[in-house]
Design a protein around this ligand. Sequence first.
Ligand code: ADP
Ligand code: MG
Length: 209
Amino acid sequence: MNATTAVFEEWVRRFATLVAANRDYLTELDAAIGDADHGSNMDRGMQAAVAALDEAPSASAGAMFSKVGMTLVSTVGGASGPLFGTFFLRMGTSLGDSQDPTPLDVATALRAGLGGVVARGKAEPGDKTMYDALAPAVDALDNALAAQSPLSAGLKAAQEAAAAGRDATTPMLARKGRASYLGERSVGHQDPGATTVALLIEAAAESAF
Ligand code: ADP
Ligand code: MG
């Protein structure tokens, strides 16, 4: 595995570690507006993804993300398995077999991942879903790169945008997923999936890009 692929893998491994550390918190958030399984869903899926990465070195970052996506789709039930799984699968397809993706390639892959989430879940801005943390993060990275920032600074900007997007889900009324069944009672609770997205982008910002 080349050094660049190793950094992308570091990102995924850091994400798995953050999910494990926040498993109970994510499940508590889902207990308030869902069915109290988001933390255990994501932790089970990311543990399985890390086990798949341990099995064999990945030929490229794209192949690595595809492996993670397939593992999530096949091991996690509920909404988040297909949604996060599709996100990683689209990232993998976008990066292809490139051995040295550019910052723009990374932004393009994240944009493709976001497109996969929308294709699967049909979420729109303000629906109180993972989209509301992911879309601002992808926009922030695009803007930073357009302003000539290096990838590391762009990912820091994306991390801040994801955290702000996560926080902004609290006053929203859920219009997608299980939380939407609660109607007005979903207001005042932070969305679990948006919280996981903030961990995903935090993990990227902390990796050695
Ligand atoms: P389930 O709702 O099936 O129990 P999880 O609890 O693991 O699945 O995941 C819930 C999260 O999935 C929500 O917090 C939300 O962010 C995300 N989600 C649910 N439905 C959608 C959708 N249609 N589009 C985008 N994200 C969604
Ligand atoms: Mg749930």
